[in-house]
Design a protein around this ligand. Structure first.
Ligand code: FES
Length: 310
């Protein structure tokens, strides 16, 4: 039997600080067993990468047990040894797919990882490499470092693909914070984030994080200001006989940006309206958008009236 002579391995856990590295080697084997490390000091709940026959494997210490699975996540290829171990499962550090360390079963896909028996003795850590003859679960998609998630955001229900280079563990229907061209917004995840979106699609904006429940409450409570703003806009339109109707609005997640939507033509008097609303409602920015024009479709200069802000 042959095995890779040595390999540097690295371990980290997103929920914990620091990182540890281990040098593993496959230097001796009997039957189907191969010695992968002379170091058996890995703490419980930790994982480490080992290479056997040029195949990357992830070995974990779970209580008094040693468990091993294929080392690369079948989603986009993250190193599973760097995942967090809990209750006999490991969560992938990139997108949170979970894998049972005893069966290899995944909570997101029917394709199971191979599992490998591991034992420790005075010589070190031994791994039964016989499962290597079985086919490995294929990688679903090549990783370009960007996780893309379909998100609905804004009162009018815009839908965009938001990306992040950080591994974000979000689920379908989760509420997330995104950065659009309008500012920081609250959005809802529309599809299963574990299903890859074309890696060539340019993200609409950045996926920042999952929104905490109390943040969602604060954000929704802020929407009470919209009715006040619409009332101010209606009075202004009536007093000046403007042929415009303000129909909806929203306060963005930052709590400082108010957006109102109107039917009709752009009016020079919108400048006065924005000033009144900014002062009256303590908003640092007030935008007005025609309802028929997609948000973000203004001239971008900040001066066309569609995208101008106070
Ligand atoms: S790479 Fe593992 S869940 Fe995406």
């Amino acid at each position: 039997m042959t095995s890779r002579s040595s390999a540097a391995t690295e371990l980290s856990c997103a929920a914990e600080s620091g990182a540890m590295a281990a040098q593993l080697s496959a230097s001796h084997a009997t039957a189907d067993w191969v010695l992968v490390s002379t170091d058996t000091s890995l703490p419980a709940g930790k994982g480490v990468t080992a290479w056997v026959d040029d195949v990357e494997l992830a070995i974990f210490r779970v209580g008094d047990d040693w468990l091993a699975i294929d080392g690369r996540c079948p989603h986009k290829g993250a190193s599973l040894a760097e995942g967090c171990v809990e209750g006999g499962s490991v969560s992938c550090p990139w997108h949170g797919w979970g894998f049972d360390l005893r069966t290899g079963a995944c909570d997101r896909t029917p394709a199971a990882l191979r599992t490998f028996a591991v034992r420790a003795d005075e010589a070190g850590l031994w791994l039964d490499r016989s499962p290597l003859s079985q086919p490995r679960a294929p990688i679903v998609a090549a990783n370009d470092g960007i996780q893309r998630v379909l998100v609905r955001y804004g009162t009018l229900g815009w839908v965009g693909v938001f990306g992040t280079v950080n591994s974000l563990n979000c689920q379908h229907r989760d509420w997330v914070v995104v950065q659009s061209d309008r500012g920081t917004e609250l959005g809802e995840v529309l599809a299963d984030p574990s299903k890859p979106i074309s890696s060539t699609s340019k993200p609409t904006g950045e996926l920042l994080r999952v929104a905490a429940p109390d943040e969602q409450v604060v954000h929704r409570n802020r929407q009470n200001l919209v009715e006040q703003a619409l009332a101010v806009a209606k009075r202004l339109c009536e007093s000046k006989s403007l042929p415009v109707e303000f129909v909806d609005g929203e306060v963005l997640f930052d709590g400082e940006t108010l957006v109102l939507y109107y039917l009709g033509e752009f009016q020079a008097d919108f400048a006065e309206l924005r000033t009144r609303l900014a002062i009256g409602l303590s908003m640092s920015r007030v935008d007005v958008h025609p309802l028929i024009e997609p948000v973000g479709g203004g001239c971008g200069s900040g001066g066309c009236g569609s995208c101008a802000s106070h």
